[in-house]
Design a protein around this ligand. Structure first.
Ligand code: NAD
Length: 353
């Protein structure tokens, strides 16, 4: 397994492998860039099929956190951790404590938050061994950040719709939402309030039923949602959904959703651009959650939160303007803009809280 020559290595500052035989812990912590602050990012627990799959996931996710926080104007760097294992079978207090000790060994260069496969209660167990965790209710006044994530994605959709269709709202548009979980449900609600017809799919029947009953979402089979004939597709379930197989079948002119790492490979950004599909980079428009978490952790006045989330629009407008003039994929341009923010003295597009 190569690390330094891995296609997703991208000059990571730190990639550390940790194991604890007694508890069965096998984990990787990746810290991509701490120019702006400690690498803050979720701790994911997942039954990866191979060590290579775990490494690829942690590298791509931690790099995404660097760019997400930089674009969001936050004093945070990019980091992520993964625990190899099935959260339903392999999680134990001993394993979580061992993970806490592993996180602590980095002295604060990485700060863990919850992610898929971990919950605030798990972070509380890790916190018995380290103070470098966030998202603990008592410590952070934590609330669920997903409404802020949904708000940012909605603003991204509005921006893309204005840019591509010249419309000031989603009234009369058809939007497909893949995944009606924490973010997807709230996004569907905002879209319905804005006058869109929302089509939704989820692998959990109760989630689809709730969206149908409470919002009037039109239910679609999960196998059909990506290729539905709609104006906007919003992937809010899984990563890797935009790939060589799915992209040729897309019928939406705009793709804008919350899921991290929607592009399966960097080539998929170019594939979307070649098809004339306007792709809103995930790490740019799903930053509402990390902005919210930062407000919680820092005790900032939450009245500044909506204006801060608005910044997503400014960044996306800039990326779309550059994409038009330079004829390059939006994901590349969003990364380039984020790297500009990592330069000393860089100023955001608009002053924020
Ligand atoms: P969630 O687990 O609450 O919701 C995901 C939903 O997708 C679930 O209801 C699940 O049943 C559904 N799903 C899974 N596979 C599916 C499939 N093949 N087809 C249709 N539906 C499927 O997660 P969430 O918090 O809503 O986050 C959604 C995505 O956004 C994730 O990729 C997450 O990493 C990303 N994200 C979330 C936040 C946040 O604030 N929660 C912030 C940034 C990014």
């Amino acid at each position: 397994m190569s690390v330094f020559s891995h296609p997703d290595f991208d000059s990571h500052e730190l990639v550390v492998f940790g194991a604890d035989a007694a508890s069965g812990l096998r984990a990787i912590i990746a810290v991509h860039d701490t120019t702006l602050g400690p690498g803050v990012g979720g701790c994911r627990m997942y039954p990866y099929a191979s060590d290579e799959a775990a490494l690829m996931d942690v590298l791509r996710l931690s790099r995404g956190m660097t760019y997400k926080s930089a674009l969001a104007g936050l004093p945070l760097g990019g980091g992520k951790s993964v625990i190899v294992g099935d959260p339903r079978k392999d999680k134990s207090p001993a394993l979580l404590r061992a993970m806490g000790a592993f996180i602590d060994s980095l002295g604060g260069r990485y700060v863990a938050a919850e992610d898929s496969g971990t919950a605030p209660a798990d972070l509380a167990v890790m916190a018995e061994r380290t103070r470098h965790v966030s998202g603990l209710a008592a410590q952070d006044h934590a609330g669920d950040p997903s409404p802020s994530t949904a708000r940012g994605v909605f603003l991204g959709i509005r921006t893309a719709v204005r840019h591509r269709l010249g419309a000031d709202s989603c009234a009369g548009l058809r939007v497909a939402v893949q995944g009606l979980g924490h973010v997807g449900f709230r996004l569907a609600e905002l879209l319905c309030e804005d006058g869109a017809t929302v089509y939704g799919a989820d692998v959990h029947a109760e989630n689809v039923e709730r969206a149908r009953r409470e919002l009037g979402v039109q239910v679609v089979d999960p196998r059909d949602i990506l290729s539905l004939d709609v104006d906007v597709l919003a992937p809010c379930a899984l990563g890797g959904v935009l790939n060589a197989q799915s992209i040729p079948a897309l019928r939406a002119g705009i793709v804008a959703g919350a899921a991290n790492n929607q592009l399966s490979t960097p080539a998929d950004g170019a594939r979307l651009a070649q098809r004339g599909i306007l792709y809103c980079p995930d790490f740019l428009i799903n930053a509402g959650g990390i902005i919210d978490v930062h407000y919680q952790r820092s005790g900032l006045d939450r009245s500044g939160l909506p204006a801060h989330i608005q910044r997503i629009q400014d960044n996306l407008e800039e990326v779309l303007r550059r994409a038009d003039s330079e004829q390059r994929p939006t994901d590349e341009l969003a990364e380039a803009l984020a790297r500009e923010y990592l330069q000393p003295g860089a100023a955001p597009l608009r002053a924020t809280a």
